[in-house]
Design a binder for this molecule. Sequence first.
Ligand SMILES: Cc1ncc(COP(=O)(O)O)c(C=O)c1O
Length: 413
Amino acid sequence: MSGTSLNWCYEQDAADPLGGYKTRFDIPDGLIYLDGNSLGALPVGVAERVSDVVLSEWRTGLVKSWNEADWVTLPLRVGTKIATLIGAGPNDVVMTDSTSVNLFKAAAAACHINSGRTEILSEPGNFPTDLYMMQGLTEFLGEDYTLVTAPRDKIVDAVSDNTAVLVLTHVHYVSADMYDMKAITKAAHDKGALIVWDLSHSAGAVPVDLKASEADFAVGCGYKYLNGGPGAPGFLYVAKNHQETAKQPLSGWFGHKAPFDFVDGYEPGDGIKRMQTGTPGILGASALESALDAFQGVDMAKVRAKSVALSDLFIRLVDEKLAGLGVTIASPRDSRMRGSHVSLCHTNSYAVVQALIEGGVIGDFRAPNHMRFGFTPLYIGFEDIYRAVQTLENILKKKIWRESRFNEKSAVT
Ligand SMILES: Cc1ncc(COP(=O)(O)O)c(C=O)c1O
């Protein structure tokens, strides 16, 4: 379509079956927030819930709240809520630790199941923590173990008879390239390897069916599309067939079969429980539990359809309005191969993003020269996309990004 108009966007917003869900979020007036892929917006009700946990359950209930407020089952309750968004059974997911720590535990468990094989396979340019944690794990496991990487178009060929586990991110954090989970999992299994999927950019954004894909393990973040707040706990999935054999090395007391027996010897808990480590952070967990209510009654197929429509609109407007302004599209144009964000490249991406933020449009910068824009269908509309590209066009045409204040790097980009 050429010459996409603001009126067309209004019509799309008026006809949008998810349009009403924006009221489930508390977003500052006038802000266009395209960074839900980094830190999700605040869902309505979370602040009140956390305040209630602090003032009622903690201040008044004190230690009794472990039982009376059921804090002790919070990791499993939240896991069950997340399970509905990622095609997992209700007892197959636990909310625990951070994604980094869960990567370590899941990959270590996979290496243990597949002992005899000593290679962990990933892709170069995977999110750094995925690679760093696997470097740490292989060093820890001993000198036989190695981390091998292969580009995504060669990843299947790179699975060898020595590959214990593939550790892949389903939707790439920069490019938004999305793997075919079922096909890659099958290819890994055909060669005797297990797989750990990092769903940090998938959970709550794109439909995922872990059971149908026969995935072995999966991990992901609570603070991106799940909107659990800064540093929210992560989650960990283990397929049913591995749950009673999975052995994870961070064998803390919350993963014990009977933590309150206080015995000296470690015995893993039943099923998914064993993937926990220490005492869960109840404030963060409560925020995430409450945030997940924003997904109540939401059809993930509709979320996906709108995410594709928003991303396609963004790409179309970039083509139409930013031609000749030094911007290239760094994400797949084919929506079937793309997650829920789009990256652009520009030689001065950092400064452009800072100018955008001052202009009321929040995206983010990823080194060396990417600008990322996340499309969260529950609170972003078509008009938002139009206005965001219009703001970007103005910044690029007038070279507003050249101003010195936009070129001073902050610690977090
Ligand atoms: C793919 C992926 N994995 C992991 C993380 C972060 O892990 P953690 O929550 O442990 O910092 C991110 C953060 O952006 C990510 O994009």
